[in-house]
Design a protein around this ligand. Structure first.
Ligand code: DGP
Length: 114
């Protein structure tokens, strides 16, 4: 399942370059082009789902595997703690509508987020 106009489907297909840090049968992880922390990696499913809510409804097992792959990316970057963020909806800042977990770490973080 892909979407012809989707930027992240094109990264999965290798049609747009990205700095890949990990790949599994289900997911691809690559550095965010606009990093907000020393580690800022996007972990995405190869399959196209518009956001985490849609993916969790369609395939809970894939959603779990994506979370595990995000944790593996954080460990690979040497992080003992990390933030995993899924912006879900334009009103909270989602700009690419192919689900992606932001793995963030390597600096101090504040709560609540802005
Ligand atoms: P969000 O705002 O949650 O939808 O995050 C989208 C992220 O995607 C944002 O942090 C910037 C990143 N991004 C957008 N275009 C590209 C790209 O072409 N390559 C990479 N590596 N990251 C991108």
């Amino acid at each position: 399942m892909t979407s012809a106009d989707c930027l992240f489907c094109k990264i999965v297909a290798g049609e747009i370059p990205a700095t890949l840090v990990a790949e599994t049968a289900d997911t691809v992880a690559f550095r965010d082009i606009n990093a907000q922390a020393p580690t800022h990696v996007l972990v995405i499913p190869r399959e196209h789902h518009r956001d985490i809510a849609a993916m969790a409804a369609a395939d809970p097992c894939l959603t779990g595997r994506l979370a595990a792959d995000a944790a593996a990316v954080a460990a690979q970057d040497g992080l003992t703690g990390f933030r995993l963020v899924f912006n879900t909806g334009a009103e909270v800042g989602q700009s690419v509508f192919h689900v992606h977990g932001h793995v963030l770490g390597g600096r101090e973080f504040r709560w609540p987020p802005g």
